[in-house]
Structure formats: C-alpha cells, structure tokens
Ligand binder design. Structure first.
Ligand SMILES: Cc1ncc(COP(=O)(O)O)c(C=O)c1O
Length: 383
C-alpha cells in the first residue's frame, strides 16, 4: 500500500530534489520555520531596535514556550530556550553539580553530548559516571534499571538512541529513579516531533531537545522542560541578564532568579532561530504528533522489511515498544561508509554511523522514497 507524505513539497520544497532519509542527522527544515528565522534577521538588519524593541526581546520565546509545552504535556512556565541542546544540559549539570559519593547512570552508546556535560562536572566533583555496557548497541532496560541505586543523583538517558534508534520506557525509568530519590533527565533530541511525549504522565523531571532534527526547526535553538518541583531548586550553571526576574532591571549588584524554567535562559542569542523553532513545532502540532508517529512507523516498517529481505543485519529493535523511525543496518562483507557513498551518488541521503548505515525517514517522506532507496541499495549490493 502506498504511503503518501504527511506534509508535501509546499512545506518542504527540498523533497523534490532528492530522497532524504536523514532526519536523525538534520531533518529538512519546515519552510515556515526558515522564513521566520530569516525574516527576524532581515528586520534586525533593516530596523534595529525600531523593529525588535525591548518588549519584543522580552517576549521573544513565548511562542516556542507555548508550542513545546503543548507538544510534551507541560505548561509554558516549564520551558526554557537555549541555543543548543548541549548548552542547556551543561547549565543543568553545573546547577545540580552531583558530587562523590553520588553517581549518574546512563548508557555507553548514548550520543556523547548527552553525558559529557555530566562527565565534565564529575571531573570536578568526584561523582561517579556509571554507564550500562550494551551488547551490539542494544541496552537491556532491566540492567539499566539495576544500575540505579540510592546514590544515583540523575539518570541521564536519550529517549531514542541516535545510533540504533532504541527507545526507552520513560515512565518505568522515572519510577525506578524516583524510588531511589534520583531524577530522570531525558535527551529527547531523537524523539521530540516524531514520538508522542507526556512528561506529566510519565513523571519526567528534565527533558531537553535540539530543534533541527525531528522537530524540523533550524539550528541555533533548543528547548528544555524543567518539572515544576525543580524550577526554584537550582541556581543555573549559566547566568546572565535574562536569568533575573526582571531582565530590563539591569543592576549588576545582585541577582534574583526567575521562579520558572526561564531562569535557565541567560542572554541574547540568534533569537530568530527560536521564532523559527516555534513555527516548526506549531506545524507538527497542526499535523498531530500521533499522526506523525504513525506515518513514520509505517515507513520504518516497510524499510526494515525491505532491508531484511536484502540480507541486512538490523541493529534497531523491531518491537513497537522499543522502536523509533530510525532503522540502522549493516551488510556482511560491505563497508557501510561505501554503501552510504553509493546511495548519495544516486541522491539517496542517509548517514554512516560506527559500522552501520542509519536511515531516518520522517513526515515529508513517502513509500516511494523507501522503495527507491531499496532499489538503489540493490544496485550498490549487486556483485
Ligand atoms: C541524541 C542527541 N543529542 C544531542 C545531539 C546534538 O546536540 P547539540 O546540537 O547540542 O550538538 C544529537 C546530535 O546528533 C543527538 O543525536
């Protein structure tokens, strides 16, 4: 059965140029997001503070606060905006500063930036970094839960792994973490926009996402959810004029932090990127993240079956409870990097990661894209 794109070329003009299966690296950007980011820069260049005045700067994040809150079952006060995922997590890690004899629990195949900010703090404080050893990129969730103990300060995981696409049960991990007095900090960079998330239902404490993957936003903006019970508990690792309760007060002799997640917003940034991200998230909300997920899962199933028929060894879990739109595979006797290059020569865009090929279809893709990628792969695999 044919699977039509959920959003066509009027929203993602690039889809007519190539077969783009690379959202886990950088998704195609929603046209309205690009326009909003560019319009902000142009207005600044042409009008300075006549266009972007103090009131506009103060409220510049409200659209993205509201949109991301709706996407994940939170309220606007629970959301902070930063320039990147890493910046927000670094501020959080220095805010919490877990120290010996505490530990941070994670997984050894996670994207490095999910754990490096904690590692950096641990190098100063003596906190233990305790990473689950995976077996061929697969993490056993029971074993992961088993690493959490009464000294665990934070369980720092990625909702969906960037390599294998394995997805974890956030509710379960939150329950285990909380039963030991630990917090669950989730990297949703590889899930937000493609997988439904409900932080309130699942009891997630912190959730951070970059904007340029499954949310289809620009580089230069990322979002962080901070659960209400934590918003006034920590002093942010990065502080600046925006962290103060009245950002235009501008007195350097004291600081009174905001009483919401916004205390993690500290200064100026390429604000147009946040405006663009708001547009991208609003677009995903208009489609419905459940519909996006159902669409992406249909594509991933077709792709996974096609790859298996061609003798691929799949690294990505196939169970509905553990999978995501990311499908990673290797072919015995073939260099994954060479296969990726061959596909690219035929305008099929995927990524090499470690020793496998990573495919990541999203809302702008169709079953024709999957079938075409498999045909091109056949040629690359032909003797
Ligand atoms: C799971 C995950 N987290 C974070 C990032 C990137 O974070 P940043 O944009 O701050 O470099 C990536 C990028 O691939 C990722 O896959």
């Amino acid at each position: 059965m044919d699977i039509e794109p959920l959003a066509g070329r009027e929203y993602f003009p690039a889809i007519s140029k190539f077969t783009y299966l690379n959202a886990a690296s950088i998704a195609l950007m929603f046209k309205g997001a690009c326009e909003a980011a560019v319009a902000w820069q142009r207005d600044l260049a042409e009008n300075g503070t006549l266009g972007f005045d103090e009131a506009a700067e103060q409220s510049v994040f409200s659209g993205v606060h509201e949109a991301f809150a709706r996407l994940i079952g939170a309220t606007a006060r629970d959301i902070a905006v930063g320039s990147s995922f890493t910046e927000l997590v670094a501020s959080l890690a220095w805010a919490m500063m877990p120290a010996r004899p505490e530990n941070i629990v994670g997984v050894d195949v996670v994207f490095p930036s999910t754990i490096y900010p904690w590692l950096r703090v641990a190098n100063t404080t003596g906190c233990e970094i305790r990473l689950l050893r995976t077996n061929d990129y697969y993490a056993d969730e029971n074993e992961l839960a088993g690493l959490i103990d009464d000294n665990t300060a934070v369980v720092a995981i990625s909702h969906v792994e960037f390599g294998s696409g394995q997805r974890y049960d956030l509710q379960r991990l939150a329950e285990v973490a909380h039963s030991h007095g630990a917090l669950l900090a989730v990297d949703a960079t590889q899930s937000a926009g493609a997988i439904p998330i409900d932080v309130s239902r699942d009891g997630v404490d912190i959730l951070v996402a970059a904007g340029y993957k499954w949310l289809c936003g620009p580089f230069g903006a990322a979002v962080m959810y901070v659960a209400p019970h934590l918003q006034t508990r920590f002093e942010p690792g990065l502080a600046g004029f925006r962290s103060h309760t009245d950002m235009w007060d501008l007195r350097a002799d004291r600081i009174q932090y905001r009483d919401d997640a916004g205390r993690f917003e500290f200064g100026t940034m390429a604000y147009g990127c946040a405006l663009g991200l708001a547009e991208a998230i609003k677009f995903i909300l208009s489609l419905g993240v459940d519909a996006v997920c159902a669409h992406d899962f249909k594509l991933r199933t077709r792709l996974a079956e096609g790859l298996k028929q061609r003798g691929a060894q799949l690294l990505s879990p196939v169970e509905d409870t553990e999978c995501s739109p990311i499908v990673s595979a290797r072919f015995a006797g073939f260099s994954s990097r060479r296969l990726v290059d061959s596909l690219r020569q035929q305008d099929v865009i995927v990524s090499p990661r470690a020793d496998f090929v990573r495919f990541s279809p999203h809302l702008y893709n169709s079953s024709d894209d999957i079938d075409h990628a498999l045909e091109v792969l056949d040629r690359a695999l032909a003797p």
